[in-house]
Design a protein around this ligand. Structure first.
Ligand code: SF4
Length: 380
C-alpha cells in the first residue's frame, strides 16, 4: 500500500499529530490494563461522550478487578443501565472472575490468555495489550479499516473475510514498533475525528499527502457502502401498573434458554434480560393480547383492570425497529407473585433496566402528576 519511505513518513506525521491534538479522555490518563479494558468494552458501539460518565461511575464503584468480580451481578448491570448491549457487562464480570481465579488478579499479558476472556475479541485484545503493555498488536475496527481503505483507495466490501485479513496484515505492517499503544490510538483517533465516514476533513488530515483516495478527488466514495440489513418492524405492548401509593410491578430478568438465535421479537432479548414491565410481542390485537398476558399473570384480577393507552414508544436495536404500546393499569395493590417485584416508581433507577424499559417508564410518567420530580430522579 505504501513504500518503505512512505511508511516512515506516515508513522512520523500521524504520531506527531496525535501527540499534539489527541482528545483528553479519562482512559488516556492511565496505563492500568483494568481501566483500559473497561473503557474499551464501554466504547464498543457507544459514543465517547456517552461513555465518560458511565466510566467514571463504574470505576468509582469497582476500582479494581476484585471489586468487580465480587459484586452482585445486579449491581454491575445497574451501573451499566442505559449504556445498552448488556451482554458486555455480564461478560465483563465473568472475565473479572476469571482474572481473579486464574491470573492472581493481574490482567494477563499473553494474547492467548486475553482472547480466552469472555467478551474480548481480537480488536479489544490488541487495544488493551498495546495501550497498557506496549505489546505489538495492531488494532483493526471499522474506523481503522476505513482509514486504510482510503489510504490505498481500496474497493470492495471490507468485511469480506479475505479482504479483512489483508487489512489486518496491512495494519500490522504499519504499526509503529516503538509506540504501539500511541500508534493504535492515533489510527483510531484519525478515523473518529478526521477521516470520518461522511465528509472526511482532508484539509486537516496529517497524512493527506500519502492518501490515494484524496488524490482520486472523491475520498468519501471509499470504502464502498455496505448493503444495510433490511429492518424488521416489531410491535410490543406493555402493562405499567400503578397503585394509589405509586407502586408498580416489574418482572424478573428472563433466564437464558440457551437458544442459539432467538426470534427478532423475543421480549427477553429486547429488554436485555433485565427487570421489565409485563410485555408481550403483538401478533394482531395489542389490547386483547396484553390483557390475556396480564390475566395469566394475575388471575384473581381477570377482567376487572382498566387499561388506559399511553403515548407509544419507539426504540431501535440494530435492525429491529420496535414500537411499544404501553398501557397504564390502575390497581389497588400489587399482589405478591413469584418472579415479580413491586417497587415505588420513584425507585425505578435502583434496578438494572434496559433503555427500552426506561422509555416505557417515561411514557407512563409523562401522564403522572408527580412526573417532573420522578423523572429527574430517574434521569429520564
Ligand atoms: Fe481520510 Fe482525507 Fe486523510 Fe485520506 S486525506 S486519510 S480520506 S481524511
Amino acid at each position: 500500500m505504501l513504500t518503505g519511505g512512505e511508511v516512515k513518513n506516515f508513522r512520523k506525521q500521524l504520531l506527531l499529530w496525535f501527540r499534539q491534538f489527541q482528545r483528553d479522555l479519562p482512559w488516556r490518563r492511565t496505563k492500568d490494563p483494568y481501566r483500559i479494558w473497561i473503557s474499551e468494552i464501554m466504547l464498543q458501539q457507544t459514543r465517547v461522550a456517552a461513555v465518560i460518565p458511565y466510566y467514571e461511575r463504574f470505576l468509582a464503584r469497582f476500582p479494581d478487578v476484585r471489586a468487580l468480580a465480587e459484586a452482585p451481578q445486579e449491581e454491575v448491570l445497574r451501573l451499566w443501565s442505559g449504556l445498552g448491549y448488556y451482554s458486555r457487562a455480564r461478560n465483563l464480570q465473568k472475565a473479572a472472575q476469571q482474572i481473579v481465579q486464574q491470573h492472581g488478579e493481574q490482567f494477563p499479558r499473553e494474547e492467548k490468555a486475553v482472547l480466552a476472556l469472555p467478551g474480548i475479541g481480537p480488536y479489544t485484545g490488541a487495544a488493551i495489550l498495546s495501550i497498557a503493555f506496549e505489546a505489538r498488536h495492531a488494532v483493526l475496527d471499522g474506523n481503522v479499516a476505513r482509514v486504510l481503505a482510503r489510504l490505498g483507495a481500496l474497493r470492495g466490501d471490507l468485511r469480506e473475510s479475505r479482504r479483512w485479513q489483508s487489512l489486518q496484515k496491512t495494519a500490522a505492517e504499519l504499526l509503529d514498533p516503538k509506540s504501539p499503544g500511541d500508534w493504535n490510538q492515533a489510527m483510531m483517533e484519525l478515523g473518529a475525528m478526521v477521516c470520518t465516514p461522511h465528509s472526511p476533513k482532508c484539509l486537516l488530515c496529517p497524512v493527506a499527502n500519502l492518501c490515494r483516495a484524496r488524490r482520486s478527488g472523491d475520498p468519501e466514495s471509499f470504502p464502498e457502502k455496505r448493503k444495510k440489513r433490511e429492518g424488521v418492524q416489531i410491535v410490543l405492548a406493555a402493562a405499567v401498573f400503578f397503585t394509589p401509593r405509586g407502586q408498580t410491578l416489574l418482572l424478573s430478568p428472563p433466564r437464558e434458554k440457551g437458544e442459539r438465535k432467538p426470534a427478532a421479537d423475543d421480549v427477553a432479548t429486547l429488554v436485555s434480560r433485565m427487570w421489565h414491565f409485563p410485555t408481550v410481542a403483538i401478533r394482531k390485537h395489542a389490547l386483547t393480547e396484553l390483557r390475556s398476558f396480564v390475566a395469566d399473570l394475575l388471575p384473581a384480577q381477570n377482567g376487572v383492570l382498566p387499561f388506559e393507552p399511553l403515548a407509544r414508544v419507539r426504540h431501535a436495536v440494530t435492525y429491529r425497529n420496535v414500537t411499544v404500546l404501553p398501557f397504564r393499569v390502575a390497581i389497588a395493590k400489587i399482589p405478591h407473585i413469584r418472579g415479580t417485584k413491586s417497587i415505588p416508581l420513584k425507585d425505578f433507577s435502583k434496578l438494572p433496566v434496559s433503555n427500552l424499559t426506561r422509555k416505557i417508564a417515561r411514557a407512563a410518567l409523562s401522564e403522572s402528576a408527580a412526573a417532573p420530580e420522578i423523572r429527574s430522579k430517574l434521569q429520564l
